[in-house]
Design a protein around this ligand. Sequence first.
Ligand SMILES: Nc1ncnc2c1ncn2[C@@H]1O[C@H](COP(=O)(O)OP(=O)(O)OP(=O)(O)O)[C@@H](O)[C@H]1O
Ligand SMILES: [Mg+2]
Length: 455
Amino acid sequence: MKRLVDLSLWRGGSLRLRFLLAILLWVAIGIAGIWVSASRVFTKHIELQYHDELYGHVRELTGLVQVTPDGHLHLSRRLSDPRYLEPMSGFYWQVSVYHGDRIHSDSMLHGKLDEDIAHTPEVRHVVENGPSGPAIVYGLTGLTPDGRVIHYLIATDKRYLDEAIAGFTKELTLWLLALAAMLVGTGLLAIVLVLRPLDRLGASVAALRTGAREPLEGPFPSEIMPLVSDLNAYAADNQAMIERSRVQAGNLAHSLRTPLAVIIDEAERLSANPATRAPGRTLLSQSEVMIQQIEYHLARARSAATARSSIKASVIPEILGPVLNAMRKLHPGKTFDVDTNGKIVPGVAIDPVDLSELLSILLDNAGKWARSSVTISISPVAGVCTVAILDDGPGMSLKQIEDAYGIGVRHDPSSPGTGLGLAIARDIADAYSIELDLTCSPGNGLKAMVKLPLA
Ligand SMILES: Nc1ncnc2c1ncn2[C@@H]1O[C@H](COP(=O)(O)OP(=O)(O)OP(=O)(O)O)[C@@H](O)[C@H]1O
Ligand SMILES: [Mg+2]
């Protein structure tokens, strides 16, 4: 039912919308076809019935009319249908002799029928104005014993025929509308049932991407099963390939470290000698840049963010505990306080290794530059858990904050560091599309804020 009312699932281009339009089209064509043909068949049938009845009545009338010896018209008995007796009932008969007698049914209180309608010995019928509105008039002629033309006429108000057809059409329309509603309802249900496995597959693939589940599981229809197996195999291959690449990147970085250490050693020796100081310093500074790059790329290779095919969710308190223990040892004399605003902290959609790295970088910076205290505030609101790390250090200017994310950028060379922390933090945040903000208000130190999506 939820899938029926979720309009986003029925947007343009979706299979649902296409199926729905096809069903609506065929139901409309089918129902309109049934409506037209059924009402035509019924109209034809009821018209035939009417005409048969009136034909019988006019034949009965000719058999009942007698001419008296003095030339007057006379009915040997009444017509069998009592409606010819009821005043203005809509059923009338009339018999007349040219320039002579005219007798008519008791029902015809006023008005008369046009005797010229009966102008041949064959039964003819027309729609004419009768005593109480448009009427279907049947007529034929005969001859009196003395050879005068005698006109026999039977008329029935056309409204009876029209009312019968309108009544049938109304009922037919209601039934067909009900049938159309049932067909569309059944079609909608079929769409939901048929496409449900695809929705489940979509959810499973999303879970696979966020690392919540792996591999795709659950009973799928046999038509989708091959796709599920292929996706699982593809995900496994992908994961293995990423793992291999990460190991290779790490190996490469490690293998460069030793030769670089030798080069740095040599460069230091050269820069100590006044004759070779200039080239020695150039070599030294370039080697430092290389080390920074290696450290940076090693950190990136470690990050699961680059292997987004499988990401485990993290529980912040579980990650924060060991990181804070390390920070307290690393920055003795500084206090680290956690404030969860009295709320239970839910899991967040970021790999534990990456979250640990991200928090370590920000807390290490806060610990390095805080005068005495660092406060970590955690507030989960509306699908996002905001972690704010506030220190009471000197902070940074807006320009410094802007530049601080660069590889190797350091604004305070007196403290130890490589200038890679914030560059790696920015990388991790970007990989997860996490908001990472540094703000600084005068006299307040730096506030680093990350907005983590809930798992
Ligand atoms: N909490 C902070 N208070 C004041 N300045 C900061 C703070 N955090 C970062 N900075 C400034 O931004 C610069 C870049 O920070 P980043 O973490 O990238 O490098 P680092 O801490 O110097 O070295 P690393 O983190 O690689 O050991 C720092 O050198 C420092 O000048
Ligand atoms: Mg740092």
